[in-house]
Design a protein around this ligand. Structure first.
Ligand code: FNR
Length: 363
């Protein structure tokens, strides 16, 4: 064992990086690459993580904080911490219980789960165990009837919001998958698309991405459901303003974890200008590269209301099923509490630019 652990120490997992190492060791290499990989040369994938690595806090001392309060309210609902689970296709690749296990863990942690259009378990099964908000991530297909059926099914199951993925006019060019000849293993299916008129759900659904979507789709989703619509995949202030103008109830600053267009900026780097453009008109969430609790606080300091966590959740699921996800989420929350305590941040709404070296607020 490492010196750091000392006699009788254990190798962890202590950090999300430890969970990633364990997951990699245990997973089928092709499945690992599908989950870990990005598009093109993976420059954006790396940039997301590097942007957080560059952050340095400017702690305030003797603030009398005591135990910081990590809770927040997003779209009227209380979250135990400003952390949700990002939409990830096919949790069943990591564990047969798939999204049902993830929802159980997220619910116990008091954190919301965004369920992918390509979930491996049915909305009804997921909703049965969920004890925190469920949102549906929507890929709007050319087949609007199939899209509508998906949305209606989620709304009937009790989902509370729609997250329109706007950065997928087509699927990114994922070189690891091409080189591996990756195909979904037998039995891994988009459980909520079967019966939606797709003959071969996987290939058909991917071929059905609508490359001609425009901002009118936000209004359309508002017409076919009563749920608030968030727009995921915003990377410019101009699009953030358009999203608000189109009626979005929130935006997710995202580059899809580096899986769509390579060489777009790290999400943390564009977050401040986007938060500025939105000016509190709606919640701003960010995802991509969050790997520690301190990353969560950095994102809040730079203008986010909450973050979404992607790949680390799959790592927990692959290594330890529902318990693994609970431990991954628990680790991030514990690290957030630690960072808030050390920096003298009493509550999540008190995190601002000075915390990461930005200008002091007037007064
Ligand atoms: C994703 N992501 C994603 N996004 C989406 O809108 N719908 C989806 O079905 C999926 N599926 C998916 C599968 C896998 C295996 C990964 C890794 C990612 C993107 C996801 O929601 C999120 O934007 C990123 O994963 C966040 O980055 P990190 O935390 O993984 O770095």
């Amino acid at each position: 064992m490492s010196d750091a652990a000392g006699d009788g120490g254990t190798p962890g997992p202590y950090t999300l990086a430890d969970w990633a190492d364990l997951a990699r060791a245990g997973m089928d290499p092709g499945v690992w690459d599908f989950c870990a990989g990005g598009a093109g040369e993976e420059r954006t994938l790396a940039a997301n993580v590097e942007a957080y690595d560059r952050v340095r806090f400017r702690p305030r001392v003797l603030t009398g904080v005591g135990r910081p309060d990590t809770t927040t309210r997003i779209l009227g609902r209380r979250w135990a911490a400003p952390i949700g689970v990002a939409p990830l296709a096919y949790h069943t690749l990591a564990d047969p219980a798939g999204e049902v296990a993830t929802a159980g863990a997220a619910g116990r942690a008091g954190l919301p789960l965004v369920v992918s259009t390509f979930a491996g378990r049915t909305f009804e099964d997921i909703a049965r165990v969920a004890a925190a908000p469920l949102w549906l991530q929507v890929y709007c297909f050319r087949d609007r009837d199939a899209t509508r059926a998906l949305v209606e099914r989620a709304e009937r199951a009790g989902f509370e919001a729609l997250v329109l993925t706007a950065d997928a006019p087509r699927l990114g060019r994922r070189l690891r998958d091409l080189r591996n000849g990756f195909r979904l293993p037998d039995g891994i299916v988009p459980a909520n698309l079967t019966g939606a008129g797709f003959s071969s759900p996987v290939d058909h659904a991917l071929a059905e991405f609508d490359a001609a979507l425009d901002w009118g789709v936000v209004a359309w989703l508002g017409e076919i459901s009563s749920l608030p619509v968030l727009v995921k995949g915003v990377l410019t202030p101009a699009d953030a303003r358009q999203a608000v103008a189109a009626g979005a109830a929130g935006i997710v600053v995202s580059n899809h974890g580096g899986r769509q267009l390579d060489a777009v900026p790290a999400t943390l780097d564009v977050l401040p200008e986007i938060a500025d453009a939105v000016r509190g008109a709606c919640p701003v969430l960010v995802d991509g590269g969050v790997r520690r609790g301190s990353d969560v606080l950095a994102a809040l300091a730079l203008g986010a209301d909450a973050v979404l966590l992607g790949r680390p959740v799959l790592h927990g699921l692959a290594v330890g099923g529902e318990t693994g996800v609970e431990r991954v989420l628990g680790t991030v929350v514990d690290e957030l509490v630690e960072t808030m305590t050390f920096t003298g941040t009493p509550s999540v709404d008190r995190a601002g630019p000075p915390l990461v070296g930005g200008p002091e607020e007037a007064g």
